[in-house]
Design a protein around this ligand. Structure first.
Ligand code: EPU
Length: 295
């Protein structure tokens, strides 16, 4: 249905039929039929402008660590592949959206800059983290975000400071065809040993409470206000519920893991069973925290 794609779009580096098992941490889903990987902001802009002009739908992929893909995807997918450079100006660090999120937190720690310790165990790309306003241990990205650059759905480049209403718990307005290109974190001077100790403590906590050795997409459902989705799932005795290779982790109820060959339909079924049971037992309708792509 998407043929032919316009020539200017096909000038942007791209690959065909890439399995989502290679593009997501969960490893579920079919083929990404069109994967566009611009290596410059201008190429990214050319892609978005071409899609806007042709009225083509498209999607943005980051590190694929918060994504559940439930089939083949024929819609063109944009995944930035910008040069991995981190720029320091005073106490600020700027990195491209395609930079590894944990790697950026590590760069801050090495530079003796404090403020990104919370990010040190959150996988994926920086862009994905900003887009989801990722957070842990009571901190989230908007707390340190000083400035960011993004493309509008028409492909215009905007650089701005965050404003009220743009970021909330695990949500930002950077969806619907907006593409984050880079972000600047405002950090504070810290003692490298103290930063390292904090990072080690967070990693230890994460390692003992989350099933990090299994393929997963992080927490599957949002925490309802004042409640913990993991605890609700746990109390509904759903830990260990397994459909094929998809299982509610025995370690943390809000993690659904792929033991190796879980299919999209097994995953969809497991998510639905968990949602339905929590609704029946607790009267709480859980909302996905992960992004779900169905086609
Ligand atoms: N709990 C249970 N059983 C479980 C899991 C958790 O009783 O199976 C209890 C824990 O004992 C704890 C409470 O529930 O008392 C909260 O659990 P936890 O500390 O693991 O945090 P969480 O609320 O489940 C959130 C984020 C995580 C983030 C951690 C650490 C969400 C949906 N989850 O988890 O983020 O790593 O805090 O800050 O906001 C993610 O975004 O993908 C993610 C994993």
């Amino acid at each position: 249905m998407l043929h032919p794609l316009p020539d200017d779009m096909l000038q942007v580096p791209h690959r065909r039929d890439v399995p989502f098992s290679k593009l997501t941490t969960l490893g579920v889903g079919g083929l990404c039929q069109w994967l566009f990987e611009p290596t410059t902001e201008l190429e990214a802009q050319a892609f978005v402008r071409a899609c806007a002009r042709e009225g083509l739908p498209w999607r943005v992929l980051g590190g694929g660590s918060n994504l559940v893909v439930l089939g083949d995807v024929s819609t063109p997918v944009l995944r930035l592949a910008l040069p991995k450079e981190v720029r320091r100006e005073g106490l600020c660090l700027t990195a491209p959206a395609s930079h590894g999120h944990i790697a950026l937190a590590e760069a801050a720690a090495v530079a003796g800059l404090s403020g990104l310790e919370f990010a040190s165990g959150i996988p994926g790309s920086l862009g994905g983290a900003i887009r989801m306003n990722a957070g842990a241990y009571g901190r989230e990205w908007v707390d340190v975000l000083k400035r960011y650059r993004f493309l509008t759905p028409e492909g215009d480049l905007v650089e701005k400071v965050p404003e009220p209403g743009e970021f909330r718990y695990r949500w930002s307005f950077l969806t619907g065809g907006r593409v984050i290109l880079s972000a600047t974190a405002q950090l504070v001077e810290g003692d490298p040993a103290t930063i390292r100790a904090q990072v080690a403590e967070y990693r230890e906590k994460r390692g003992t409470s989350q099933p990090l050795s299994k393929r997963n997409a992080g927490c599957i459902f949002k925490n309802p206000p004042g409640l913990s989705a993991g605890r609700l799932i746990d109390k509904a005795h759903l830990k260990g519920l397994r459909i094929g290779d998809a299982e509610v982790s025995p370690e943390h109820g809000n993690f659904l893991v792929n033991h190796g060959r879980a299919t999209a339909s097994e995953f969809a079924e497991l998510m639905e069973q968990v949602r339905a049971k929590v609704l029946e037992v607790h009267g709480v309708d859980l909302e996905p925290e992960v992004e779900i792509w169905r086609e």
